[in-house]
Design a protein around this ligand. Structure first.
Ligand SMILES: [Ca+2]
Ligand SMILES: [Ca+2]
Ligand SMILES: [Ca+2]
Length: 310
């Protein structure tokens, strides 16, 4: 897939429409792998009323019943496993579209930042200069090697973010979060080769050179905006495929958890009972509300619920 400027504009205009439709996925679990604390925050974020940092049992029930309404409207009849999965996949596509759009914007911003002389191409010198800045930032003791245990560089934050209050809501990670060099470990995961222990400037530059050459698809020695976008978005597309697969499996799993009586379809009673069971597993101190102050469950709630065999 290649992005001409025109298709890009059409795409951005179309996807903006989807931003207005609230996500109505009926899976109470994340379809991306993340630590329990993040999973819980994603749950709170999805079901809390009025952007609160906690979710009461009542708020959850209200939101959960609205999800059932959306699901019933979609099904227009019995909610079979097939219908349930189709509903979820439709919802997922909207979320992916939003996440993809965010990536396109960010990638174009990165391109503009790299193209210092603003000629519409990233030259090797421009790319290399950026690599040098990144490497120097992580080589905190300036010995030409970034190694395990080197101190993380100071976070690159804008001055305004210091004014962020404790009450401000944090964001859940994008479904299409890509690997980044946000700390020493992330940097080594991306660039250290054999033993994952360290990377020298020579190794790093060699890897950057091979990425640069691969990105320059037409081989004119320059990376154009389109080439740069294609390279990144092809990696995003692979990630999307993984998320689709996981999401589908999760939807099937949740359906089977919900349909305890093995009727092959869901009633509102099944749906509500299941939602409350999930709520109770997060509500470890039985407060009728879920907040980040509570101890985490010992196991993922998704795994603690019984599943009938397909
Ligand atoms: Ca340039
Ligand atoms: Ca070093
Ligand atoms: Ca080129």
């Amino acid at each position: 897939m290649t992005y001409s400027t025109r298709t890009l504009l059409v795409f951005l205009a179309t996807s903006a429409l989807y931003l207005q439709s609230a996500a109505a996925s009926v899976l109470p679990f994340s379809s991306v792998e993340e630590p329990l604390a993040e999973q819980r925050y994603r749950f709170i974020d999805r079901f809390a009323a009025d952007e609160q940092n906690q979710v009461s049992r009542q708020d959850f029930l209200n939101a959960w019943q609205q999800r059932f309404t959306a699901l019933s409207d979609f099904a227009a009849g019995k909610i079979s496993e097939e219908v349930f999965v189709a509903f979820e996949m439709t919802e997922l596509e909207q979320q992916l579209l939003n996440a993809r759009e965010a990536h396109i914007r960010q990638t174009l911003n990165r391109f503009n930042a790299l193209d210092r002389d603003n000629d519409g191409n990233i030259s090797w010198e421009e790319y290399q200069a950026s690599g040098q800045r990144i490497f120097d930032r992580f080589d905190t003791n300036q010995n030409g090697v970034v190694a395990v245990g080197d101190p993380d560089p100071a976070p690159r934050r804008r001055a305004q973010s210091n004014t962020q209050t404790d009450n401000e809501r944090r964001r859940v990670r994008s479904l299409l979060a890509m690997p980044t060099t946000h700390n020493n470990q992330g940097f080594l995961t991306m660039f250290a080769t054999d033993d994952k222990q360290q990377v020298s400037w020579q190794d790093f530059e060699q890897q950057r050179r091979s990425v640069y050459d691969r990105t320059d698809v037409n081989g004119d020695g320059l990376v154009s905006r389109g080439e740069y976008l294609d390279e990144f978005m092809s990696r995003v597309a692979r990630r999307e495929q993984e998320v689709r697969q996981t999401h589908k499996e999760l939807a099937q799993h949740v359906f089977r958890q919900m349909d305890q009586a093995q009727q092959g379809w869901l009633s509102k009673k099944d749906f509500v009972a299941y939602g409350l069971a999930v709520f109770q597993l997060w509500d470890t101190t039985n407060e009728q509300q879920i907040s980040e102050a509570q101890p985490l469950p010992e196991q993922e709630p998704q795994l603690q619920l019984a599943v009938r065999q397909p």
